[in-house]
Design a protein around this ligand. Sequence first.
Ligand code: DLL
Length: 433
Amino acid sequence: MYLHELETLDHVSLRRLQSTRLSELVARLKAVDSEYWAGKMSGVGEVDSLDDLGSLPFTAKQEFRDAYPYGMLTVPMSDVVRLHASSGTSGKPTIVAYTRDDIAVFAEVNARSLAAAGATRDDVVHVAYGYGLFTGGLGLHYGVEELGATAVPASGGNPGFQVSLMADTGATGLAATPSFALILAERAEEMGLKSNIRLRWGVHGAEPWSEGLRDKLEAAWEGEYDACDIYGLSEVIGPGVAIECREHKGGMHVIEDHFYPEIVDLETGEPTPDGELGELVITTLTKQAQPILRYRTRDITRFLEGACPCGRTSRRIERLQGRADDMLVIRGINVYPRTIETILMADSALGANYAIVVDRRSELVELEARVEVIDASFNDKADEIARRLQDELMETIRLRISVTVGPPGSIPRSEVGKAKRVFEQTSDEDPLS
Ligand code: DLL
C-alpha cells in the first residue's frame, strides 16, 4: 500500500477526517468572491460534518459550460499551475484547473492506484493513455513518478512501435484503455514479440468494459497479468478517483479521503437504498483550484458491501454499468451497451472487439451487434455463433438484437482516445466503414 495508515483507517477516523475536510471546504467556498460561488453557496448554512452533506447543492456538467473557462475557480490565476480539458460531445470543452497542491494530490492518488494494482518502484510502466489535454496520460505519469517506478510516456497511437518499445524497455506495467491494451496484445502476437514482453499488471479505464473483456485481456497478456479497473473523470481530478486492488478484483476502492462518494436516484437525487444502482455523485474534499460539490457524474454504479481482503477500508463501487447518457431506449426497453458487451464477451469463440449499430432508418429502431471470431478456425461456425448469441441476448435483455459474426480483424479498432462502440445508422451507408 502506498499510504498504509491512511488507506486502512478505521471507519470512525475516516469519517472524522472527511467531516473536517468538508466543513473547511464549505467555509472556504462561502468566502470566495465570484459570481458562480456566491450563487452556489447562497442559502447554504453551517456544515459541521458529513451529516450535513445533503444540505449542499448538486453540481451538473452544464455548470462547467456556463462558467467556461474560469468561472468556477476559487483561487487567483497566479496559483494555477496546469489546465486540462475534456472534449465535450458538443460545444466548448470542460476546462479544469490545478494548483501545485492539486497536482501533488493528483500524483498521490495515482501512485496509490498503481500500488493497489500491484506496482512497485521496480516496475517499468508503459503509459499509453493520451498525453495532452486529456487527464489520462499526465495523471498516470505523475503517479508512476511519485511511486518511484519508471514512466515511459508512450501516449496513444502507433501500436507497432509501442510494442517494440515495450519489449526493449522491459515494460512490466501497462496504463492504457482496455481497448488499446488489447490492440497492443494483438500487435505483439502478430509481431512475434509476445514472449519478449512480461507484463505483470495493467490499470485500465476511461471507458466502460466488462468482466469478459478482463478475461480476454488477462488471457491475451498471459502469465500473471492482473488487469485492474481504474476510474476517474476530469471534472473531479482525472484518473485516480477509484481503483480495483489486485487482491480482489470485482469492485473499485473509492479514494474517499479525497473524493467523497454518494449514490443517488437518477430522477429524484435521493440516496439509493444500500447496494442499489444509482448515479455516482462526488464531492472533492481537498481540491484547491476548482473544488466541486456533489458532482452528478452521470455514471451508474452501486456500493459493494463487505471488507476487502487487501485491507483497504475505503468503500468500494461496482464496475460501472455505463453513463446515464449512453443508455439506449429501444422499443421501450432500457439497455446499456455494457450489458450487451457482457453477454458478447462471455463467448470464448469471440475476439474482444465489437460494435453496436443502432439502426434508426425506420420508426421501429433495430439493434445489431457486430462481433468477430477469435481466430479463423471458427469462421465456418459464424451462423451457429450468431444464433446462440441472439438467443442469449433475447433471454437476458428481452430484446431482439441481430448478431453479425465476422472474421478476425473485421471490426475497426480505434488506436487513439476512447474506443467507440456504438454507431448510429441513419442512411444506407455502413456507419462502421
Ligand atoms: O477518462 C479519466 C481517466 C483516465 C480515467 C484514465 C481512467 C483512466 P474523462 O475524459 O473526463 O476522464 O471521462 C470521464 O469516462 O465519467 C466515465 O463515464 C468514463 N470512465 C472513466 N473511467 C471509467 C471506468 C477520464 N473505469 C468518464 N469504467 C467518466 C467505465 C469509465 N467508464
